[in-house]
Design a protein around this ligand. Structure first.
Ligand SMILES: [Zn+2]
Length: 276
């Protein structure tokens, strides 16, 4: 909590022993990754304890798309999407695209994502990332599915491409949004939603917290991006869905709401965005 927070906002929301936590939705994670092999049941149990009722696993390539749906078949609180991460863009062959289009038509598939551009690590050539991004946005439009966007060091290109596709696309979620109000405005012009990661708890995230004070509340979702980007006080360790409870506190403060209200609105927004 910030030192300048009014006393009224510092009141504890509820006693955890007498009331159930407000339901939370972790709108973005990757629980199929090896980081979760050792303590999988405990990770899910801690998420339940924290009130996380739905966890969305986003596929990253051919194998993890399958794994995300396997998990969704096995656990009622887990849901899945079909995606292809820009890091893996070069590995995506024609046959992969066909398989992906097929899998994306599963009635329980929530979205196309994560997809996008990453010029920070540039693990795949730029032109191939851009080509694949166009192809997957076209697929989302054909199947009338929402899209979940990964973008890093590629703001101008991402906005330009989304703008070109905007007329045919449905809902757009900017995953792991950590940008400024200027960036947020460009995305709002395209009617995008934003999912907010644990970065909002970091001291250097002041521009993000400022942006969150101005973004319309019905555009904001909550995410872990587990196993990455754990919030303070878990920063630097493996992230997991239960920790969205920490992210929620910083998010609520930025929005000028109580944590309970922030929980309700992010859960409502995630339900509406993904059609849950
Ligand atoms: Zn991700």
């Amino acid at each position: 909590m910030a030192p300048d927070l009014p006393e009224s906002l510092k009141m504890p929301e509820t006693s955890p022993t007498t009331e159930k936590p407000e339901p939370l939705i972790d709108s973005h994670c990757h629980l199929f990754l090896p980081e979760f092999k050792a303590d999988w049941p405990q990770v899910l149990e801690r998420a339940r304890q924290a009130g996380v009722t739905t966890i969305i696993n986003l596929g990253l390539d051919a194998r993890t798309n399958q794994e995300a749906f396997q998990l969704a078949d096995d656990y009622p609180e887990l849901r899945a999407t079909v995606g292809w991460h820009p890091h893996e863009a070069e590995k995506c062959q024609k046959t992969d695209l066909l398989d992906l289009a097929q899998l994306a038509q599963r009635p329980d598939n929530l979205a196309i994502g994560e997809i996008g551009l990453d010029f920070y690590r540039s693990l795949a050539p730029k032109d191939r990332q851009i080509q694949l991004f166009h192809q997957l946005l076209d697929l989302a439009a054909q199947l009338t599915l929402p899209v979940v966007i990964h973008t890093r060091e590629a703001f101008a290109e991402t906005v330009a491409i989304l703008k070109a596709h905007r007329p045919t696309l449905g809902r757009i979620l900017i995953h792991c949004f950590t940008g400024s109000w200027d960036e947020a405005q460009a995305y709002l012009d395209l009617d995008c939603h934003f999912s907010i990661p644990g970065v909002v708890t970091f001291p250097q995230a002041a521009p993000l917290r400022h942006a969150l004070g101005q973004i319309p509340h019905d555009k904001i979702l909550l995410e872990s991006d587990a196993p990455y980007l754990a919030p303070i006080p878990r920063r630097g360790r493996r992230n997991e869905p239960a920790y969205v409870a920490y992210t929620l506190l910083a998010l609520a403060e930025s929005l000028g709401t109580r944590p309970r209200q922030a929980a309700q609105l992010t859960t409502q927004n995630a339900r509406r965005f993904f059609g849950l």
